[in-house]
Ligand binder design. Structure first.
Ligand code: ZN
Length: 137
């Protein structure tokens, strides 16, 4: 859907904003022991993810926007799939969906926040690809 080089490619795959190949988080978003902990550096290109102390606090604003967008999406889905559903049931679906998606929303919000300040660099991406190809051979 989104090709390498586009911001959405690395945001949705939770990859490094610069090389789009290194992992962004310490573990999967649903691993509750390190809930959405961002790595210090990209393991592939070495980009520093923590630009300053408490850098990812700003991702809370992004998380609010992502949550509202998902709530609207769930509302539209309920209206399309079950048009006669009561307002209380629709509200329950929205709350349930947001609770289930909470770890993913937090991870994607941090990724979006990082992508606001860090850009994709095709030269670095190429260098990392070459390095990985050499290591495989
Ligand atoms: Zn990287």
């Amino acid at each position: 859907m989104f090709r390498q080089g586009s911001r959405w490619y690395s945001i949705l795959r939770l990859k490094c904003p610069r090389c789009q190949q290194g992992e962004f988080l310490e573990s999967h978003p649903y691993t509750f022991s390190d809930l959405n902990r961002v790595k210090n550096h990209c393991p592939q290109c070495g980009l520093k993810y923590q630009l300053e102390p408490s850098f990812y606090y700003g991702s809370m604003y992004v998380s609010y926007a992502v949550g509202v967008a998902l709530a609207v999406g769930i509302f539209v889905l309920t209206q399309l799939l079950a048009p006669g559903m009561s307002l209380l049931a629709v509200f329950g679906c929205i709350v349930g969906g947001l609770v289930l998606l909470m770890p993913w929303i937090g991870a994607v919000s941090k990724s979006i926040w990082a992508h606001i300040f860090m850009a994709y660099d095709p030269k670095v991406a190429r260098m990392v690809q070459d390095k990985r190809a050499k290591n495989k051979a």
